[in-house]
Design a protein. Structure first.
Length: 203
């Protein structure tokens, strides 16, 4: 009987120990779960967000400006362009240059700015602009429209020569170049040398 009681007692102790260990393991797991902090909202995939530098570059790429291009182009008008574009790109948007456009009259590599007006001159307009004033800063005399009094203000031109200039253009039409005045009676090389920088033939 004593042996049975001893065996029974050991079995109870074994069962009690097993139950206690299981409870400790359960409590340990619960403590670990409760101590784990939840992941903040939006933490997942945070590495995929754009940096401030990338955002600024994107916004800059999306900026635009408006320019007005006119003159010797096929389709004058207002065009929207990306910021930092060049004048040659504006010319392309306007259909390209006309045949008589002055290619050296504008810097096509220049960057455009918002609200800019780009005027493309013709070769004739460029030439007239350069000859618009004399070296002394005095207005040029248009020999196609000048009166006798205006012509007589030129060096070496008196009443007779002024009358001859008017008679010539009435008979032959407007002068096409300042050199044509040499065809007028009384206008020789000497007189022409005096007045060539004082006259123009604009219409």
């Amino acid at each position: 009987m004593k042996i049975r009681k001893i065996v029974y007692t050991f079995l109870l102790l074994a069962v009690f120990c097993a139950g206690g260990c299981a409870a400790e393991e359960t409590d340990s797991v619960e403590m670990e779960l409760s101590s784990a902090e939840p992941m903040p909202d939006g933490a997942q995939g945070a590495g995929q967000e754009e940096s401030p530098g990338e955002t600024a570059e994107t916004e800059k790429a999306e900026e635009s400006c408006f320019v007005y291009i006119c003159g010797a182009v096929k389709r004058p008008g207002v065009y929207e362009m990306k910021a930092g574009s060049r004048i040659y790109e504006a010319i392309a948007l306007a259909g390209g240059l006309l045949k008589d456009a002055a290619l050296n009259g504008i810097n096509q590599a220049e960057q455009v700015t918002d609200g800019q007006m780009i005027e493309i001159l013709t070769e004739e307009e460029t030439r007239q602009a350069k000859a618009a004033v004399t070296p002394q800063g005095e207005p040029l005399v248009n020999i196609n429209t000048a009166s006798a009094q205006e012509l007589m203000a030129l060096s070496g031109i008196g009443e007779a020569k002024a009358a001859n200039i008017i008679a010539y253009r009435e008979a032959h039409g407007n002068f096409t170049s300042v050199e044509d005045i040499l065809s007028v009676d009384g206008i020789g090389e000497g007189v022409y040398a005096k007045i060539q920088n004082q006259i123009t033939v604009t219409q």
